[in-house]
Design a protein around this ligand. Structure first.
Ligand code: 5AD
Ligand code: SF4
Length: 441
């Protein structure tokens, strides 16, 4: 039995929700082995950096963070562990540039951490082996950041190889978690008082239970019956794999939120083809029409990349037109960034930086106007909100999410964290809604 004997560990997380959930699992694993979680690297003996490689910028952020840790290490002898996608991707090369990193662990190797830290093993320093099958660790030890909304990973990895994307190289091929284990975890969370779960996977729509062959809509339907879980969400769905059966399962369910993240990436069919996305603008729009005819109130969000190799001005304008047609409730937008080893990295990155910057600004301004309009339409309405916590700026202001995943801020005299409340919307901005508490059912 490993005993870390009060070892102070700090975990810094970069990147997506999958990384956040991995950090929660690492925290749980280490705490169960006797570690103590620190709030800052300065208070820790071991700092674990969970890294993201999706864009060059995320890697740059990491290297400047490592610079900060280097001076700390000189003073205190801090042990530095690099986990996650950059660890997997760069492996030994990190040690050339950052020799003071002590351990490098890819996403399939976190279960080795307690043992590594206990023995302070000098070797092996780099653990990036893949396991081909799902490794079910004991999720009872997952230390979640939120007491209200829980991430539940259902699959990991990706087989899609979109031309720009590093994920298949950092997370490997698709691996599916057993349905039984997923549902057990959801039941446990319901018992602990969680109200919302968010199923996670790089492409949840390709989920298949290894034992029974049950698909993602079966999982949703089964989770829908678990008492206590009021809201169910999932990220991310690949539009190519999102079909009518899924939309119908959502519409039939009582607890699956009328909200979906469906990354479009580009509004031009030609660019989508070069991106190897496996759908066209028309087939994407058809899916949105289908979803809206079944669930008129559904809120959509998306990811957009501008400046993919060869993107012309007229191809870019199709992206702006798609945003105006679809009217997403929220978007995440990025400048294309070539990633080593991907098929797009072989294309000339020919859209100048200034053009990418201007296109990104246009996307964001277009979307800002759309969101402002959508949010103004909420003024005067009373909506159901799940309170997630207090506002960072004002201790009397609480913050929650609507079913459509909009941020809603409101004042309350009593602590309503973890509860569903009714909020009458009184004002709005492009990124959030504000209102008055009108009821606590
Ligand atoms: N350049 C820019 N954006 C990227 N994304 C993924 N890879 C890249 C890249 N090389 C974006 C996509 C994806 C989101 C998670 O990050 O929009 O959906
Ligand atoms: Fe990357 Fe495409 Fe897989 Fe999403 S579906 S993780 S964008 S390769």
């Amino acid at each position: 039995m490993t005993d870390l004997n009060g070892l102070a560990v700090y975990i810094e997380t970069f990147g997506c929700q999958m990384n956040e959930n991995d950090s929660e699992r690492i925290a749980g694993l280490l705490a169960a082995a006797g570690a103590r979680l620190a709030d800052r690297p300065e208070e820790s003996q071991v700092t674990i950096v969970n890294t993201c490689a999706v864009r060059a910028k995320s890697e740059e952020k990491l290297f400047s963070y490592l610079g900060r840790l280097r001076s700390l290490k000189k003073k205190t002898g801090l042990v530095v562990v690099l986990a996650g996608c950059v660890a997997q991707l760069r492996r030994d090369k990190i040690l050339d540039r950052n020799p003071d990193v002590d351990f490098i662990l890819g996403p399939d190797n976190y279960h080795r951490l307690p043992e590594l830290l206990e023995r302070r093993l000098g070797q092996p320093r780099v653990l990036t082996a893949w396991s081909k099958e799902w490794r079910e660790d004991d999720r009872r030890h997952c230390l979640r950041r939120s007491p209200v909304s829980a991430f539940v990973t259902v699959m990991e990895g990706c087989d899609n190889f979109c031309a720009y994307c590093i994920v298949p190289f950092t997370r490997g091929r698709e691996k599916f978690r057993p349905l039984r284990a997923v549902l057990d975890e959801v039941r446990t969370l319901a018992g602990e008082g969680y109200k919302e779960i968010q199923f996670l996977g790089q492409n949840v729509n390709s989920y298949r239970d290894p034992a029974t062959g049950a698909v993602f809509r079966d999982l949703l339907t089964a989770a829908d019956e678990i008492e206590g879980i009021e809201w169910i969400r999932f990220i991310t769905s690949h539009p190519k794999n999102f079909n009518d059966d899924m939309a119908e399962a959502m519409a039939r369910s009582s607890h699956v939120c009328r909200q979906i993240h469906l990354p479009l990436q580009s509004g031009s069919s030609a660019v989508l083809e070069r991106m190897k996305r496996g759908y066209s603008r028309e087939s994407y729009l058809e899916k949105i029409r289908g979803l809206r005819s079944l669930m008129p109130e559904i809120c959509l969000s998306t990811d957009i990349i501008v400046g993919f190799p060869g993107e012309t001005e007229s191809e870019f304008s199709e992206t702006l037109a798609a945003l105006r047609d679809i009217r997403y409730a929220n978007i995440f937008s990025f400048r294309y960034s070539p990633r080593p080893g991907t098929s797009a990295a072989k294309l000339t990155d020919d859209v100048p930086f200034e053009v990418k910057r201007r296109r990104l600004m246009e996307v964001q301004q277009t979307q800002k106007a759309i969101q402002t309009g959508i949010h103004e339409g909420f003024i005067g309405r009373t909506i159901r909100v799940l309170c997630q916590g207090k506002s960072k700026k004002d201790g009397r202001v609480y913050s929650g999410r609507s079913e459509g995943y909009q941020v809603v801020n409101f004042r309350s005299e009593t602590d309503v964290i973890g509860r569903f409340v009714q909020v009458r919307i009184t004002s709005s901005g492009p990124y959030s809604l504000r209102g008055e508490l009108s009821g606590i059912p």
